[in-house]
Design a binder for this molecule. Structure first.
Ligand code: SAH
Length: 402
């Protein structure tokens, strides 16, 4: 054993335990905890214990982690281990949809929506269309819709988040804790069945934290969710779709916001289409390593006079040919930032009939959680952000004039 030379000048005061310097601690995977804890001289199994407290029992308060030593708990507290969000309000609508408004430490507000699955079309909205997944108990199934960003940079004209612009991406800890917090608001007879990344933000524009959140949620020492019960919804960022397919071997459900069958129409409502046009997007969907019997969800928000003609439906059936898919038609939910609106129900039915007759499974997504502003693209916070953005722009205009 080599001995370190004893420094001259007498004894030094004990510096105390080294601080645990770890970024976004609730967003760390067990292997990362192990590396960080070993460096501090903690025993490796502590990593597993800690991960279980956070991700299996959803306990964020180190004080309550009773099998950890008191000094270790103090270190965790210093390192910022704690709940990423405070639940501000829970709005419940008549159809049982619950919207949670969560506030982050910096004041960012995020919304997650608990959606009871009541009919076929809802069941189809989730990740898993095959009933041969691991069996769930005879409880009512709920889908949870979570957000990945505060605001969104994609700028889709019919979407409140898109009109708001991006404030910031959420950390992995903030993405996963939406699931843990929402579970506290399930009724005893309910079970979380599917998870959809369809709240505020574009998950593939925030790839690292999104992928990390999936790894956390599916980790066997944590919640251990099946990746097949998780669906990532994207506006169609092709490099992200490719990466997702590679990183998760096609196991994650994929939903794509197509919303128009040709570039001329799609360019008008989805700015990103100019970068990733339809033909290339369809090529990327064909290349997605989809397991057998799984399908890609095609989302199509129907907007009156924009993308709702019978010719659009026929064109859509042509471009989707050969892609294992199921189509969700969503009559546009009104948003304050836009005059655009849903077509009349007759046009919706006609659109659906054309696709169904062409052999597609095609559902009209019923509006859920309408009176609590929890429907797609309607998240109230987004409206709030749009207002703030307008105010900022007005102030800028006034400043310019003076
Ligand atoms: N950025 C991702 C996920 C978030 S939005 C994406 O684009 O897929 C989830 C779905 O709601 C998307 O299909 C989106 O286009 C749709 N949506 C947005 N605003 C809407 C509105 N006002 N009415 C109906 N659907 C809307």
């Amino acid at each position: 054993m080599t001995r370190l030379p004893i420094p001259e000048g007498g004894t030094h005061p004990d510096p105390g335990p080294e601080p645990l310097n770890i970024e976004d601690p609730v967003g760390r995977l067990p292997a990362e905890w192990q590396a960080a804890l070993t460096a501090l001289g903690e025993r490796p199994f502590r990593a597993k214990q800690l991960f279980r407290w956070l991700h299996q029992r959803a306990e964020f308060d180190p004080e309550k982690m009773s099998d950890l030593s008191v000094p270790f708990r103090a270190r965790l507290q210093e390192a910022g281990v704690g709940a990423p969000f405070r639940v501000e309000t829970v709005h419940e609508s008549k159809d049982g949809t619950r919207k949670l408004v969560l506030v982050a430490k910096d004041g960012a507000r995020v919304e997650s929506v608990i959606i009871p699955m009541t009919d076929l079309s809802d069941a189809d909205a989730g990740a898993s269309d095959d009933e041969d997944d691991e069996p769930l108990a005879a409880k009512s199934r709920v889908t949870l819709c979570i957000s990945t960003q505060f605001g969104c940079a994609m700028g889709c004209v019919f979407c409140a988040s898109g009109q708001a612009g991006l404030v910031r991406g959420l950390r992995a800890s903030e993405i996963v804790s939406q699931v843990y917090l929402a579970k506290r608001y399930l009724r005893p007879d309910e079970q979380l069945s599917n998870l959809v990344y369809m709240g505020m933000g574009e998950p593939l524009h925030h790839y690292e934290q999104t992928a990390r959140s999936v790894r956390l949620l599916t980790h066997p020492e944590g919640l251990g969710m099946s990746p097949r019960r998780i669906t990532i919804s994207t506006v169609g960022l092709i490099p992200g779709i490719e990466r997702l397919g590679r990183d998760f071997a096609g196991k994650l459900g994929l939903a794509v916001s197509v919303h128009a069958p040709n570039d001329e129409t799609r360019d008008k409502i989805i700015p990103m289409n100019k970068r990733y046009p339809i033909a290339e997007l369809m090529r990327a969907l064909r290349a997605y390593p989809l397991p057998k019997r799984r399908r890609i969800t095609i989302e199509y928000t129907l907007i009156d006079g924009v993308n709702d003609a019978p010719s659009h439906a026929r064109e859509l059936s042509t471009i989707l040919r050969g892609i294992p898919s199921k189509i969700n038609l969503i009559p546009m939910n009104p948003i304050t930032a836009s005059e655009l609106r849903a077509p009349k129900s007759e046009a919706v039915r006609q659109f659906q009939d054309i696709l169904a007759n062409a052999g597609y499974s095609c559902f009209v997504r019923t509006r859920r959680g309408d009176e609590v502003s929890a429907a797609c693209g309607q998240l109230a916070m987004a409206d709030d952000l749009v207002r703030k953005k307008r105010e900022r722009e007005e102030l800028r205009a006034i400043a310019k004039k003076s």
